[in-house]
Design a protein around this ligand. Sequence first.
Ligand code: ATP
Length: 450
Amino acid sequence: MDAAPMAYEELLRLMPLTGAGDINLKSTEQITIMDQYSLVKVIGKGSFGRALLVQPISEEQNYVMKEIRLPKIDSGIRNSRREAVLLSRMKHPNIVAFRDSFEDDGHLYIVMEFCSGGDLFQRIQQQKNVLFAEDMILKWFAQMCLGTKHIHDKRVLHRDLKAKNIFLTDSGTVKVGDFGSACSLNSAKAYAQTYVGTPYYVSPEIWDNRPYNNKRVTHASYLLVTSRKPVSTDSNGAEYSNISPTLSGTDGGVNNSQHSKAKHKELVREQTHRWRREEGEKVAMFLEQKSLVTTTTTEGPLQVEQSPVENNSTDDPASRKKWVVGTCNTVLGVLGNADIISTGSMENAERADLISEAKCGEIQERQVRKQWDKDPPERLLSVLEKAQLCYGFETYTIRRDEHGDKVDGPEKTITDYSRLEPRSDDEDTDFEEEYSYDWINELEKMVDEH
Ligand SMILES: Nc1ncnc2c1ncn2[C@@H]1O[C@H](COP(=O)(O)OP(=O)(O)OP(=O)(O)O)[C@@H](O)[C@H]1O
């Protein structure tokens, strides 16, 4: 049954492009950017158009306006509009907030929150291979999970969770963005059937043409922790490169003094030493939500197999045994055993010293330290201690299919009627109050719910 596209059509018909600011393009109206927004600057170019920094007339705040060329064919137009529709359904402090969307002169415009810290990919590049502080990684990772959970709760699959699509605000909050590849599911148990995404971040199962789960937030996290891309596209995509986070290009140029270079090397040496193979495996299991199994006993690359939980047809007792041995049930258990959250490799002051020399990391580090003064890592750690891996992340099973961009599911079609209800101005703008957002509290609630 081709139920999901119908649901999507229905959604579009009922709500062609309704934005928080209620600027709807009616056929007789001509809305130009300059009627409503003034252009501050062009901040980038994507494959489908430009990203503009704009300011609404009579407002001080800046927003990003994505200008997307609408294709000529109907299905292409529908796909472009999907980004606006799905983004508009999200409302969470860890997701880039939708403001408005409209069409004009063959273009679709999506107006959204401006994340002045840029994207995580840029941020990682600015580090020039200097590892992030572990507490910062932990904080970002937890926020990515919260944002992703919200997306899944809304029965949406992002399908392109990668560092370039994770944004940072000037207060250091992480926001999932770019819903250009997202799709909507009919029900919590629905199956999507088409692969879209970015090759490096594709789950190994997709490369293998096997059923797969959407866990790509974990791939972005891998990059965050190791500064390396998770999957080699030149190895048929079936293997992960060794997860041991040895850094490459250690004399990256951020630290100009001999002193800081030596410190940097010392840090890298320590990290390399600490990340023994078995520790890497545990982290790999965590990052892949237990869908990684190592089959090699040598130092070679990790072989990836399907999770035994879902792999009923090829149930291999040997690999099942590997799962049982050493498997931790709590997030903290896995992280703790993996030694990834230890901050013992350098004195805090030394690390702060090192990072403060990396120009671009300076502000972030200060902010994180400030944040931890208020919310000591212990609180987060105690939340993670309670968090069961199997409950912490609800996932959807996705099947790959050659036959088009469809989603399907065993339950009857559900339209997100909540999206059609009128919303108050307060609701539409409360993402601006992110400073008061207690994300650890949110995480605690999530864990307690289960
Ligand atoms: N909400 C945002 N806040 C801050 N910067 C943003 C925001 N959205 C996009 N950008 C930046 O604008 C630039 C263009 O983004 P866009 O999403 O249009 O394309 P892309 O991600 O570079 O490529 P692709 O078309 O493959 O997605 C990127 O540098 C991105 O970091």
